[in-house]
Design a protein around this ligand. Sequence first.
Ligand code: NI
Ligand code: MN
Length: 239
Amino acid sequence: MEIRWLGHSAFEITSDKGIKILIDPFISNNPSCQVPVEELNPDLICVTHGHVDHFGDAMEISNSQSVPVVANHEISLYLSNQGIENVSMNIGGSIVFRDIKITMLDAKHSSDIDFVEDTIPGGSAASFLITLEDGTKIFHSGDTGLFRDMETVIGEIYKPDIAIVPIGDKFTMGPFEGALATMWLNPKLAIPMHYDTYPVIEQDPLVYSNFVKQLNPKIDVLVLNSGEFYEYNFESYEE
Ligand code: NI
Ligand code: MN
């Protein structure tokens, strides 16, 4: 499978069977995304919460390409009102889309739909665990602070192979909290996100990766450039 970072929290995951899942599609107004929105052709869009830097182009892409948007109940209601194809789910539940399992899990953040004239309550912020056809599990934490269930629930029960965590600070965890979260989630590979998009969330990802190295040297950290693809080989990580 292949992962592409599109800057900020936007990631495209392509399974071995070629199914593309786009998470938090903040593309056209994302200062760190160089990929034109027309070039993306996902099979499914997942939105972690209602903030514009995550919801992004979800409606436009869904509309122009007839792709459903997976979101929490409140955001799904909003999408239904806008005539946008969607799949409503909530924290703790899973759906299966063409042999790919999508589980919505917790995040400690807010989720108002903040890009409409009068901000609408958007339910709870969430994270996603995506289990591909070959069993590879990718955890995208969304925007979040540190919380203990990262270890006792997400790490120990769901056991992600890859964890994607924010390190930008101010609105989410910073590099140190991100590294602690990474240790708790205990993946084989960790990827930092939600930094350097704007001056207020500027971070050196090496600070994060050095913390991870100190906390658990067995976890590999992958610092991607925006637009970069990474090919993950499940077998090479098997003990
Ligand atoms: Ni947010
Ligand atoms: Mn955000």
